[in-house]
Design a protein around this ligand. Sequence first.
Ligand code: NAD
Length: 496
Amino acid sequence: MSLNDACALNVLKTAEEDTHGWKMMIGGEWVESRSGKRTASINPAHDEVIGSVPAGNAEDIQLAVDAGKSAFPAWSRLHVDERARHCRQFAAAVRGMARELGMLDAIDSGNAWVPMVEDAKKGASLHDFFAGLGMEMKGETIPTPGGGLDYTRPQPFGVIGRIIPFNHPISFAAGKIAPALIAGNTVVLKPADQTPLSALWMGKLVQECFPAGVVNIVTGDGPTCGAALVAHKEVRRIAFTGSVETGRAITRAAGIKSLSLELGGKNPLIIYPDVDVEKAAAAAVAGMNFSASQGQSCGSNSRIFVHSKIKVRFMEAVLERVAKIRIGLPELETTQMGPVVSRRHYERVMGYIDAGRKEGARLVHGGGHAPGEDLQKGCFVDIAIFDNVRHGMKIEREEIFGPVMSVLTWEDEAKMLQEVNDSDYGLCANIWTNDITTGMRMAEAVQAGYIWINGHGGKRFKGAPFGGFKDSGLGREHSIDELMSYTQIKNVNIAF
Ligand code: NAD
């Protein structure tokens, strides 16, 4: 094993012991897959196997759903304050292990360690947030003719299927189960195939903080394990975060279920000539999420529409900032950007960079393998900045999900807006201007579910509903809307 950092090795060893050799958590017990099959988890910084996890299938999903069903009556009957107490205890436990969980994510996903520690804390904080919102799960009274009383009750679904992607492993594994639990549901969580380790280690905290069966964690690939969860008749609510392609497959396979889909993005950052160029460039770089996830973020502002008047200085300022980003081994404290998640994804990102060149965009930074002797074996992409990108090029249209920024230049606002909206995606958008009227006018006109004016894609606000228009998804997260989406409304009518 090439991991030479003592802390990283120690975390890997402890996690493996705690999970009894990377077992799954079903009904409060560490279990192997019924098939006995395992799949490897690979450290993308060294392109080396660091462990193997159970290859869960329909049989394992059945056991997990059964465990969730057994735990549901008692869990859903608890007063919401009591469920909140469990969730807060869990949040504290995740925070207490944030450094170690962050390190495990660094070596399993390639994301840099320091931001991954913050990621673990972000996941924990969603439990505190939804715990605080629990008492807001209120019904209504409805005026009915002839006296009597009509009222509604938000009620949990039962067992929820929670499927997550690879880019923020522990943050999503810990945080995205919170609203389902507060609403009184039990959960079967399926982490991403590439990054299952921190979710399994989290099983130890699940065991300590929740009654058995309230949270079950099953590892396995998408088409077998994920699909079995989606198809399960007794799982009436699926919450999915991942690609549009998988979102489509889930929509087709789910049947009559409640679905939320948090999917991809190709998010525009529009820059007017009246801005402070340095600040806009800083936002463009920060909003690409190079640090923390190598641009592998649904919210990255990967399409920049900069006004021609300020273009030259803007590009200089972007390049100055990008040159300072420290690409390195993700387990090191000094590293800001690590490798992309896998060899397959590395090839995919490189394919896009090649397509950009071939279509005539001008590569003004990076785009090859990142330099550095210790980075040559791993999946390190040097940040690619493309200038002279035109609307309709592949790198402008498709979500690359990597460290690739495309810069387009505009002069005619109406044409720019048409190009901004001519996309199948509609997750986020950023507008930079010092004219509040322009900012608000454009915020109305841009087709996206989450807009920043003079902000950037690295900033999200708890309580503010996050989710997409068009192919970017269905439903909203991180808000009261999300909590209520884990309930179904029952209407009760009483005749006096
Ligand atoms: P992915 O769709 O390949 O996989 C996501 C999850 O779905 C994994 O756990 C996978 O095993 C599972 N899966 C795959 N096929 C399945 C099937 N047929 N049935 C059920 N489950 C299946 O996505 P990814 O590559 O892990 O993540 C990248 C994508 O996620 C990007 O498109 C990104 O924009 C998106 N994303 C969106 C948000 C958001 O909040 N909108 C956040 C993070 C990531």
